[in-house]
Design a protein around this ligand. Structure first.
Ligand SMILES: [Zn+2]
Length: 231
């Protein structure tokens, strides 16, 4: 009896130490993709994520959501990915009225909730263009990220992966695009993901990144997070 108790206590202490060790040392990032959903590039990216057994976060534009792309959204959720808000029309929002801003954001949040059952918690401003009124009006946490100009055709897959690998650090949010035809990013991921895994990185969704790093994201704080530790 005493022996059993001893083992129980020892096991508890060891699992506590293991989790504390993991929390301190685990390098963690969130891969994110903007401008979908679509039935081409988004699906190819979901395939790559699945092959590598990892999850990511998709920042969706309301205007891209239709009957067929809803199915892609459902697949993403089934794979454990997260769906977040990238406005309705993908316009610069820095000079919009509060009503217009609300309309842009609510439209997309509403459909995401409808399709996935979960309300978005994060917002990525189109062109990362923000102003105070947007921060005051949109009740979501603003997310930016590490970008490698992956919207420019002239930036090759090799350039994209090289630059991500050169610049990435613990807690980063990596900002890529899954708009139709962005094949170079799909190719780059096939290098980025295995290499980062080798370096000890874990891939999580944006909400998991905040949670597992013990950071409470703030909305209305006039901050766009590129890394979970940004202040
Ligand atoms: Zn965008």
């Amino acid at each position: 009896m005493l022996m059993k108790k001893f083992f129980l206590i020892a096991a508890t202490i060891m699992s506590f130490m293991a989790s504390a060790f993991a929390a301190d040392n685990a390098k963690m990032v969130a891969l994110t993709f903007d401008d979908g959903p679509n039935t081409t590039t988004t699906i190819e990216i979901l395939d790559v994520l699945k092959e590598n057994d990892i999850v990511a976060t998709f920042f969706l534009c309301g205007k891209e959501i239709n009957t067929s792309t809803r199915e892609v959204m459902k697949r993403a959720v089934e794979q454990g990915c997260e769906l977040e808000n990238h406005s309705r029309s993908h316009s610069r929002m820095g000079d919009m009225t509060a009503d217009k801003i609300r309309m842009e954001v609510n439209f997309t949040s509403h459909i995401i909730k409808q399709v996935s059952g979960r309300s978005p918690q994060f917002f990525r401003a189109p062109y990362l263009n923000t102003d105070d009124l947007m921060y005051e009006t949109i009740g979501l946490t603003f997310i930016g990220g590490l970008t490698v100009n992956d919207w420019e055709e002239s930036v090759s897959a090799a350039d994209r992966s090289r630059e991500v690998l050169a610049r990435v650090k613990d807690g980063d949010i990596i900002l890529l695009h899954d708009f139709e035809g962005n094949d170079a990013t799909v190719e780059a991921l096939k290098t980025i993901i295995p290499e980062m895994k080798k370096q000890g990185y874990t891939f999580v969704t944006v909400s998991q990144l905040f949670k597992q790093k013990g950071v409470t994201p703030t909305a209305n704080a006039k901050i766009t997070y590129n890394n979970v530790y940004d202040k």
